[in-house]
Design a protein around this ligand. Sequence first.
Ligand SMILES: Nc1nc2c(ncn2[C@@H]2O[C@H](COP(=O)(O)OP(=O)(O)OP(=O)(O)O)[C@@H](O)[C@H]2O)c(=O)[nH]1
Ligand SMILES: [Mg+2]
Length: 173
Amino acid sequence: MEKNKQILVLGLDGAGKTSVLHSLALNKVQHSVAPTQGFNEVCINTEESQMEFLEIGGSEPFRSYWEMYLSKGLLLIFVVDSADHNRLPEAKKHLHQLIGTNPILPLVVFANKQDLEAAYHITDIHEALALSEVGNDRKMFLFGTQVTENGSEIPSVMQDAKDLIAHLAADMQ
Ligand SMILES: Nc1nc2c(ncn2[C@@H]2O[C@H](COP(=O)(O)OP(=O)(O)OP(=O)(O)O)[C@@H](O)[C@H]2O)c(=O)[nH]1
Ligand SMILES: [Mg+2]
């Protein structure tokens, strides 16, 4: 049997990919304990669907794998640290390189760390990442997310994002 296509979770190191993914899986806030050295596979089952997520570490040595896995991806979740102003241009560059190879791959952007005082509002993230230029044939969604206190409920916006991802993934199967 052919392996199910995976939902790719990419973005610079420290953006919060693992933390977001584990929180979505548990429906409870769960911070990551260490940077992802390579790959991190997470399966999330909802009442209607089963979703397989693949995070690839964001540190430099692992970025060469991002593009390799893109063709096998069902959709792309791109996570940015909204307070890491200096690295937004770098995040933008990588995002556009990635999506440039596939004009219809749906894109879900998480403007993460909205709890930090220095965090840019999602409208500024939209501009900093040039999300108006992702192509007319692509479905694109942007959510402001935050991973706060371990064990607390995930914010409703993250629950909404999870529902949307399930729908997008089902459409793409
Ligand atoms: N304040 C705050 N901290 C966060 C948030 N999300 C993640 N963090 C913290 O940011 C750090 C990096 O989070 P990770 O989830 O490991 O980031 P990552 O994108 O998986 O990083 P790599 O695996 O190295 O690519 C950790 O110390 C997290 O606890 C958030 O929304 N707010
Ligand atoms: Mg990680």
